[in-house]
Design a protein around this ligand. Structure first.
Ligand SMILES: Cc1cc2nc3c(=O)[nH]c(=O)nc-3n(C[C@H](O)[C@H](O)[C@H](O)COP(=O)(O)O)c2cc1C
Length: 189
């Protein structure tokens, strides 16, 4: 049975390292037989969360797009950059809006998710990963798999074909993706 996997990058800029890692993760999942899709958080064009916007206009429809995408997939992969030790506002703001939908948390509850990060720095965004893990587990009831990967020196980590050049790093990425697909398959049974 083929698992449906949604991959989300926490940066949308041209040449984003997190998009490269998202695409490398997608290739691994495709090779494992998953049906993969990506969701571009920038394309949702969600305003910065503001209670006055919510009171006047309700939750933007784009938050429902994120909710529906999560609902329609068996598992999620989120690749976040690290801004000052934290996941990016692009990720947090989208999930904050989702949490304001009455059925938002129902869509995330018990959903398997794997976390990746990338940075030109030496820690690869590890601090942001751990914050994101806590946020998604506590507030969104997501099943964050223990396996995770912070790709350091990410500006020089990718081979020309988009894979992780370092064999150990590539094996670790396969391990993370296999872990979330396995959990998703166990939950589907
Ligand atoms: C506001 C800001 C804060 C940053 N803080 C960190 C940090 O705490 N740790 C880190 O490793 N890199 C940090 N960086 C560097 C990012 O890792 C780097 O810009 C990275 O390429 C961003 O991800 P992207 O390529 O996916 O857009 C920061 C960058 C910005 C713009």
């Amino acid at each position: 049975m083929s698992m449906k996997l949604l991959l989300i990058a926490g940066s949308a800029r041209n040449g984003a390292l997190s998009v490269k890692l998202r695409d490398a993760a997608r290739a691994v999942a495709d090779a494992a037989g998953a049906q993969t899709s990506v969701l571009d958080l920038r394309a949702l064009a969600l305003p910065l969360y503001d209670g006055d916007i919510e009171a006047a206009q309700g939750v933007p429809a784009a938050a429902g797009t994120l909710r529906d995408a999560i609902r329609e997939h068996d598992a999620i992969v989120i690749v976040t950059p690290e801004y000052n030790g934290f996941p990016t506002p692009l990720v947090i703001n989208a999930f904050d809006w989702l949490s304001r939908l009455k059925d938002g948390i129902a869509a995330t509850t018990d959903k398997p998710v794997a976390l990746l990060s990338s940075s030109p720095g030496a820690l690869g965004g590890l601090r942001a990963l751990n914050v994101l893990r806590q946020y998604l587990q506590m507030a969104f009831q997501m099943l964050v798999v223990p396996q995770q990967q912070a790709v350091s020196k990410a500006h020089e980590a990718f081979a020309a074909d988009g894979t992780l050049a370092d064999a150990k790093g590539a094996a670790m990425l396969t391990g993370v993706i296999n872990a979330v697909l396995k959990l998703a398959a166990q939950r589907r049974r």
